[in-house]
Design a protein around this ligand. Structure first.
Ligand SMILES: [Mn+2]
Length: 392
């Protein structure tokens, strides 16, 4: 078996406390539930100097649960008696490796006519091996370890809300360098400052659902793309949009629905992004064909657009009656066809968004090349659309 450093340290600690090799073996069995070889224990225990400072006649009991109870007499001051680290060391325990569960010090003075009295304690402690505990701050630190700090200087808080709709980016076909100008334009729009920014990821962020082959979620063979590169570029692009939004709005949310190309890969991609940005609220359920959200009196349903497209207004009303009832502006945002189309269907704005993606060989062959290659950002006040920003 593999001897972990932890086992070696425990052998050394116990040897330091004066335990024999066979007692160490018993203690180790209690603690780890493993029968360690006596020969190896002797090897590591050999030459360890016993710690006898302040310790006289320690009585040590190893308990069922792996804790240890130690009784000894210690000469110490009343201040030292209150210091768990000191008491641990006086019992021969390494205070970095053990925690006191209970401690009882009985005091008495010993002396004679000729000398000053000495403060003595009958000390009994029960200890357990220290477990490394992560506190909440450490945990946040761990979660944020790869997040580049964003310098937020006076968040500009506007009165209006911005919806950034990102449908059908098809990274793999779309390359990051094609979107540089789009990023600059979006930055300029964001600079105004917003009450909130809603980023819609409407599916087909990645061209392929797979890493090792280029196929859609339903295994349709596609023109080959480099998916790892696509993943890195999608991460750069979406991260940039999120970080810019955080700079110009106190509330940033991401709403993601599955596309037909990247049902699994987009879910995992957005899942990763949600770990990267714990300060952003992510709505990313697996197999979400549609979702709805609202702010103020604006209600928006999001669907990729490949499923149940014509029924979406009534699905919105039926599946999200609360949002529907509280909204004065109702909109269904979709994509999938890579061409913008906006229709007022009985008061529900059916907005099919285009994409900045360039034409791929399939589209060229079939002549699907004529839509505008653009992204759109929508600015809302509390209950209506104020402006549409065209980014192309
Ligand atoms: Mn699609």
């Amino acid at each position: 078996m593999q001897w972990k450093q932890e086992y070696i340290n425990t052998v050394k600690t116990l040897a330091k406390q004066g335990l024999s090799s066979s007692k160490i073996g018993e203690a180790m069995f209690e603690q780890y539930n493993i029968n360690f070889s006596g020969r190896t224990i002797r090897k590591y225990a050999q030459g360890v100097e016993k710690d006898t400072t302040n310790v006289r006649g320690v009585e040590l009991t190893i308990n069922q649960d792996g804790s240890q109870t130690s009784i000894t007499r210690i000469q110490m001051t009343s201040e030292q008696a209150k210091d768990p680290d000191f008491v641990l060391r006086a019992h021969g325990f390494d205070s970095y490796k053990w925690d006191i569960i209970s401690l009882k010090n009985n005091f008495w003075q010993m002396g004679s006519k000729d000398s000053d009295p000495v403060d003595l304690y009958q000390s009994k402690i029960t200890v357990k091996p220290r477990v490394v505990k992560l506190n909440v701050d450490d945990l946040i630190e761990t979660l944020n370890r790869n997040v580049k700090p964003i310098e937020v200087k006076n968040i500009q808080q506007g009165e209006t809300s911005l919806v950034i709709s990102l449908f059908d980016l098809h990274f793999g076909i779309t390359k990051l360098n094609m979107l540089k100008s789009h990023i600059n334009q979006i930055a300029n729009i964001l600079k105004k400052g917003y009450k909130r920014v809603e980023i819609i990821v409407g599916g087909d962020v990645l061209h392929s659902d797979f890493i090792t082959k280029t196929q859609t979620a339903s295994n349709t063979q596609l023109d080959h793309v480099k998916t790892i590169k696509a993943l890195n570029e999608a991460e750069s692009f979406i991260s940039t949009i999120i970080e810019m939004s955080l700079q110009y709005s106190p509330t940033v949310e991401v709403k993601a629905v599955s596309g037909n190309h990247d049902t699994d890969s987009q879910y995992l991609f957005i899942w990763g992004m949600s770990k990267k940005y714990p300060q952003v609220e992510f709505d990313n359920e697996l197999n979400t064909e549609r979702l709805a959200f609202s702010f103020d009196k604006v209600g928006i349903m999001v669907a990729h657009g490949n499923l149940a497209l014509k029924r979406l207004p009534m699905l919105f009303a039926n599946e999200y009656p609360d949002i529907w009832a509280h909204s004065r502006y109702r909109m269904v945002a979709s994509g999938h066809f890579h061409t913008e189309k906006k229709t007022d269907v009985d008061g529900v704005m059916m907005w099919q968004f285009g994409t900045a993606k360039p034409n791929d060989p399939y589209e060229k062959a079939n002549g699907y090349t004529m839509g505008r290659k653009h992204l759109q950002l929508l600015e809302f006040d509390k209950e209506r659309l104020l402006a549409t920003y065209e980014v192309e």
